[in-house]
Ligand binder design. Structure first.
Ligand SMILES: NC(=O)C1=CN([C@@H]2O[C@H](COP(=O)(O)OP(=O)(O)OC[C@H]3O[C@@H](n4cnc5c(N)ncnc54)[C@H](O)[C@@H]3O)[C@@H](O)[C@H]2O)[C@@H](O)CC1
Length: 558
């Protein structure tokens, strides 16, 4: 499990040590750890440290202090170090610095740390644009989508052909504590200039101190940070983390598995209302995913003709009503009246479990629900029963509008964690906001941030699969029903489902190859700007729904 702390909590933990006059000691420890990682990266990627070139970008605060001291360690190890005062940079210096950055085997980003506002000053951003462009020409496809480079900064290939630089793929960018331009607490960034210049410096490795900062787990900071290494500098944080990320190795400990004596009813029955005459496929995908996840029984309440389509694709399903331990409602535009009726019934049952004085009566619980797509459009206030909502940014925008706090899709994409949390408060539900990094928020408590996915997952039907996985997990995880007190556990299961969904895209083998198992699967994919060449190919939602079974088997050690 990765745990991310707010910048304020990290500062509060450092405060007693600073009051004891240990500030310089902490910085010396941070700088030493940083230098060790830099030297190791040079050895591994540039064949050694002696005689290699490093550009150290240092800012005005303590983050710059770490970088300056580390620069001394590097120089003593024989690295040719250029120390750049990053905020003294003039716009006219940007092209030349961009070239020197591209020519270095190592770039250390010590401009801003946790004390900074997000975004980069314009002159520095311009130098980063020149650097990205030169590096992109040398290593096509790496780091720099061409669109990231503003037109005024494009140059012909002749210039780079004359320059000496590191061999393609050998340059390493190491961020100090957090990539500059990224907010340490919420992972957001901000463009200081309106001309499309880079907003942050993307790293291969981030060396962070004491504990991970929440912004390293949240988008876009999570992608900007590359691999994160935590250096122990003797600071203990005893507050609760603000952000959690389940890793593949955590999933076996989180996922509900059947008891030795279980039978199909005691394994969890999921009630599914999904699909319509227009969208029968959504019901098939959700059903397939729930079955691949290992649900004890799947009851399908969908009307004809989608019902027959599901039964033909998934002969294990049981048509019609009956007792269930969880509900999955909404994919593929099923009848709104039927969804409303089910939700009213769950709400009435949940209200029945509350005593006259408003206190909850122990022991009377209701089946939790996952509400997706069309079911989300029926919500306009706090839910009276425990539920997981699974919007993407557009659906969340519509939902927030109905809840009286409108936010445009773009606003949500720029600050996703803020809006996911707010929606969870307003709906009294778990809100799983889909994206490259999927966020799972509860009305109060830490947010989960999961990123096992790949851009190939952004395909029609992929969300239906996720709903099926979550529904099956809720059914197996809440055999005795759930109440609002269970929202944190429901969030944990939803986060685990998102991770399994993402891993299934990386590990599916539609052509019949053997699925990955054990350690290889539990290690999970690497995320970062260098991961591009390791992405899996196109993902088809149907294959994904099937692949969940192999992913889970591998993770659970079957
Ligand atoms: N406090 C401690 O005990 C330790 C802190 N350490 C380092 O200190 C960092 C935090 O240091 P600071 O609090 O000095 O903050 P930073 O070094 O992150 O940045 C603050 C400085 O940058 C300027 N600034 C902020 N945003 C800007 C922007 N967008 N454009 C232009 N200027 C901007 C501020 O005016 C200030 O001078 C950590 O990230 C870590 O690297 C480490 O040395 C370990 C010990």
């Amino acid at each position: 499990m990765r745990r991310g702390y707010t910048a304020a909590d990290v500062r509060a933990a450092e405060r007693p040590l600073l009051d004891r006059g240990l500030g310089e000691t902490l910085m010396a420890r941070a700088a030493y750890a940083l230098a060790q990682v830099c030297l190791r990266e040079l050895r591994e990627h540039a064949g050694g440290a002696y005689g290699r070139r490093a550009v150290v970008l240092a800012g005005p605060g303590n983050n710059g202090g770490d970088a300056r001291i580390a620069a001394g360690h590097l120089a003593r190890a024989g690295v040719g170090v250029e120390l750049v005062d990053a905020l003294a940079l003039d716009a006219a210096d940007a092209p030349a610095l961009g070239r020197r950055l591209a020519d270095a085997e190592l770039v250390v980003d010590g401009v801003f740390g946790t004390g900074a506002r997000p975004g980069l000053p314009a002159a520095l951003a311009s130098a980063v644009a020149h650097w990205r462009e030169a590096r992109g020409q040398r290593e096509p496809g790496r780091n720099t989508p061409a669109a990231d480079v503003p037109a005024g900064h494009r140059r012909g290939p002749e210039g780079t052909a004359r320059r000496r630089g590191p061999r393609p793929g050998t340059q390493r960018v190491i961020a100090v504590d957090i990539p500059s331009g990224v907010d340490g607490t919420d992972g957001t960034t901000r463009s200081d200039a309106a001309d499309g210049l880079p907003e942050y410096i993307a790293a291969d490795v981030t060396v962070t101190f004491a504990e991970e900062k929440a912004g390293l787990l949240l988008p876009p900071g999570r992608v900007a940070a590359g691999r994160v290494e935590v250096a122990d500098i003797g600071v203990e944080i005893d507050t609760a983390p603000d952000v959690l990320s389940l890793e593949p190795a955590d999933l076996a400990g989180v996922w509900p598995t059947p008891a030795q004596t279980a039978h199909k009813y005691s394994r969890g029955v999921l009630g599914l209302l999904a699909g319509s005459a227009e969208y029968p496929g959504a019901a098939i995908l959700t059903a397939t995913a729930a079955l691949s996840t290992g649900v004890g029984m799947l009851r399908v309440l969908t009307a004809e003709p989608a019902r027959t389509a599901v039964l033909q694709a998934c002969p294990e399903t049981v048509p019609g009503e009956g007792r269930v331990q969880a509900w999955a409602l909404g994919p593929g535009a099923p009848e709104p009246e039927r969804m409303q009726a089910i939700m009213h019934q769950i709400a009435a049952d949940a209200a029945g479990s509350t005593a006259q004085d408003g206190s909850a009566r122990p022991g009377s619980r209701v089946p939790p629900a996952v509400l997706d797509a069309a079911a989300l459009d029926l919500l306009d206030g706090p839910l009276a029963f425990p539920a997981v909502l699974t919007p993407h940014a557009g659906e969340l925008s519509r939902l927030l509008g109905r809840l009286g706090e409108p936010a445009a899709r773009e606003e949500i994409e720029a600050a996703p964690v803020r809006y996911a949390r707010r929606a969870a408060e307003l709906t009294a539900a778990v809100v799983l906001l889909k994206g490259a990094v999927t966020l799972v928020a509860v009305p109060s408590g830490p947010v989960f941030a999961q990123s096992a996915g790949t851009p190939w997952l952004a395909t029609a039907g992929s969300g239906d699969v996720l709903t099926g996985i979550i529904g099956a997990a809720l059914a197996a995880g809440f055999l005795e029903g759930a109440s609002h007190e269970d929202l944190p556990r429901m969030a944990e299961l939803a986060a685990a489902a998102a991770e399994i969904h993402g891993l299934s895209a990386w590990h599916h083998h539609p052509d019949g190859g053997s699925p990955r198992r054990g350690r290889e699967l539990r290690q999970g994919p690497q995320l970062g700007h260098e991961a591009g060449h390791r992405r899996p190919g196109p993902v088809r939602a149907r294959d994904l729904a099937w692949a969940v079974r192999d992913t889970l088997s591998g993770l659970l050690g079957a």
